[in-house]
Design a binder for this molecule. Structure first.
Ligand code: GDP
Ligand code: CA
Length: 327
């Protein structure tokens, strides 16, 4: 790829894994970053609209995140939640006092009829973010989870039941009729490089990609498309992705994830521990690259982000990778 800086990078991201990758790209000087976040974890609590993955991105990039947890605001207190508990509300969804302010603001503006994309933009700006934080749709799309006990909301599965039930089926409610935002489509179309974050493929990435128009935009953009595996050596860094992949009939390996993305991806980056998967990933028509993809420090994140730019440079023709087998 040939560029006059800055390079336009669009990241498609979930929560914690997505935010780590976002942080790495955000701190590269020569990158103009847009992040398209996941809205399918959104839900109402105490009458407030909560967007956990979007907020994780905001708190991380604003550097106010609770680094230990990977989500929520650092130095949080929970007085509001305690009051709600006293009043008889369910309090299994942990919402901190500082965090509540954001949910109140978002909900109020939604009630005034403002576009969720504009509200998110205002929040990002107020938190000092210098990248674009975009929503894939302004419509409500919600992941629902089928367990042996029946269908439940994503947060009931993820937070209330701590991911314990086996997932039998997933459904992205209202996705068929969701409209993609022009901002997300433009960010995909105009990008030099699109990065699929190491996020949960089934409940973070697919509910973005499957919004009508998004996958088509990924197919038609001339940007190079690089994914990073959320699975390292057959396991997750955190969360239920491996168990979810297995119970839904996918392989819980980096290869299994590569298969899910293979029809729109040019390059898939796995950990060096997964070097043996390289031929099988190449056989999907996707170039496989290896690196240290465990991001613990800011330095790890920035280093991986820089590597991704390097991998994109190696693509023979910008965005039009030949589907021949790779050496
Ligand atoms: P959530 O929305 O908060 O559940 O987070 P995401 O969907 O964005 O990311 C969850 C995935 O991130 C899990 O499958 C983790 O294995 C993966 N993950 C977390 N940290 C890392 C990391 O440092 N490197 C890689 N490669 N994956 C990670
Ligand atoms: Ca999430």
């Amino acid at each position: 790829m040939k560029h006059n800086a800055p390079l336009k990078v669009t990241l498609i991201a979930g929560g914690v894994g997505g935010a780590k990758m976002a942080e790495g790209l955000y701190h590269l000087d020569d990158v103009e970053l847009s992040v398209i976040g996941n809205i399918a974890d959104d839900d109402a609590f105490h009458g407030l609209w909560v967007s956990p993955d979007i907020d994780t991105l905001i708190y991380t990039l604003a550097d106010v995140i609770d680094r230990q947890q990977g989500w929520g605001v650092a130095d949080e207190s929970h007085h509001a939640l305690q009051t709600l508990g006293k009043l008889g509300d369910d309090t299994w969804m942990s919402l901190g006092d500082r965090d509540f302010g954001l949910h109140i603001y978002r909900t109020h503006r939604r009630q005034m009829g403002d576009r969720p994309t504009d509200i998110t933009g205002s929040i990002a700006k107020s938190f000092g973010l210098t990248c674009d934080l975009l929503l894939p749709s302004d419509d409500v799309v919600q992941t629902r989870v089928k367990t042996d006990e029946g269908w439940i909301s994503f947060q009931e599965y993820f937070v209330k039941l701590r991911c314990q039930p086996d997932v039998r089926e997933l459904h992205y409610e209202c996705i068929e009729n969701a409209q993609p935002t022009p901002e997300a489509l433009r960010a995909i179309h105009d990008a030099d490089l699109i990065v699929i974050a190491p996020s949960n493929p089934l409940v973070s990435i697919l509910p973005i990609v499957k919004i009508p128009g998004i996958l088509q935009a990924l197919h038609t953009t001339e940007a190079a498309k690089i994914g990073v595996s959320p699975i390292i050596n057959g396991g997750v860094v955190k969360g239920p992705a491996d168990r979810m992949l297995t119970s839904l009939g996918y392989e819980a390996t980096a290869l299994g994830v590569a298969k899910i993305y293979s029809d729109f991806l040019d390059v898939f980056v796995t950990d060096t521990a997964d070097a043996s998967l390289k031929p099988a990933i190449h056989a999907l028509g996707v170039r496989a690259e290896q690196d240290n993809i465990l991001m613990q420090t800011r330095e790890d994140k920035v280093q991986l982000a820089r590597k991704l730019l390097g991998f994109a440079e190696k693509l023979p023709i910008h965005g039009h990778l030949s589907k021949e087998p790779y050496a």
